[in-house]
Design a protein around this ligand. Sequence first.
Ligand SMILES: *Cc1c(COP(=O)(O)O)cnc(C)c1O
Length: 435
Amino acid sequence: MPQRFFSTRSPDRFVDVKEAVLRSLPADNGLYMPESMDELGEDFWENWRGMSLPEIGVHVARAVFKDSIPEEELEKIVHESANFPAPLVSVKEKEHVLELFHGPTLAFKDFGARFMARLMAWLTRDDEGMLTVLVATSGDTGGAVASAFHGVPGTRVVILYPKGKVSGLQEKQLTTLGENITALEVDGTFDDCQRLVKSAFLKREMSEKLNLTSANSINISRLVPQSFYYFEAAKNLPEGVRPTFVIPSGNFGNLTAGLLAEKLGLQIERFVAATNRNDVVPEYLREGEYKPRPSVATISNAMDVGAPSNFARMENIFGNQWEAMKSRVAGFAYGDEVTRETIRRIYQETEYVLEPHGAVGWLAAEAWREDHPDAHTVVLETAHPSKFLDVMEEELGEGEIEVPERLACLAEREKVAIPMGIDEQLFHEWLENMA
Ligand SMILES: *Cc1c(COP(=O)(O)O)cnc(C)c1O
């Protein structure tokens, strides 16, 4: 049977995989969830510890997409997208870090973006015309999406980023690929970029003519491949050990992917949500009231989110019961000063380099261990330290952080971006002319 997807706002209306993935967001503003998620079968559990990351991924993806995608296609998509490692590093006894930054853009978002790009290309293989992916970015997402779609046949990507508000190397990640990737340098804020993207989708005629789709983090196809590495981490712990996953969180996609892994039968001791000062979810877990608010800027800026987009999925998974969520997910929040101090302290103690997002996670893991000294904690390290070079050099000194070649080499490449104002009409005209 093919999988069906429902919106968290209308659980009795279903769409197929193509609609869920290409539409990304249901018309009622809910989020798509798979109708059924059964635990993986005996054939999996007998062998999973001997499987590679993509082999595990094929089983997980099949459990979510079922017959919606032919077996050999799904295999190909998983093997081509999860084609870099996710090593589990023991920094101290029973204190682990899961390094998710070994992909092409050095961020965990590569897992989701690469899978989504290939799935979208397959879903639209017989459609006329190009699929046009619109994405607004404040930094990391645009780079991962651009790299993932680069050279994928039948697709093109238009990235909108706020002029002067992304880091130098981040900008190069968006503006140096060329071919089917176009960068628009918007003379405004990230919110302007998002508004322009939304306005294009609202123009139904144009949206259909251009085959517009969105690559934002609420897309269900970005979530599924993020479940793979929870299994990968667990498999590398001693048999019988149930990991406590500590997840530096912004929109809570990563944490939601962990909850999906648990639904598929993975034995997990507990989830620990770690945030910076944008602590809407830890506060909810403590007080039972969900109070989204404007975000504040921090040094772990990929987690500067005031209204986490995946919260609706977390609620759905726990049947809208606060007590139920609270019993599985703990929450901790930290400010910039203690985060900086942790980067220095852990480097001095262990020589391990945590970047700001991972350091927030480390703090939460330490807090959890105070009451649970026997826990085996796994902190998800979501980006490579060189992506946050300014902060890292302030704490550890200049020249201490190695910049991997694939990021360093971008410095010499020439930036190509099209200047764009914040006027919706002019943006729409530009889009139509590119068709
Ligand atoms: C996107 C991002 C996060 C937040 O992940 P969510 O799934 O949105 O919670 C954390 N760290 C880094 C480096 C990121 O790029």
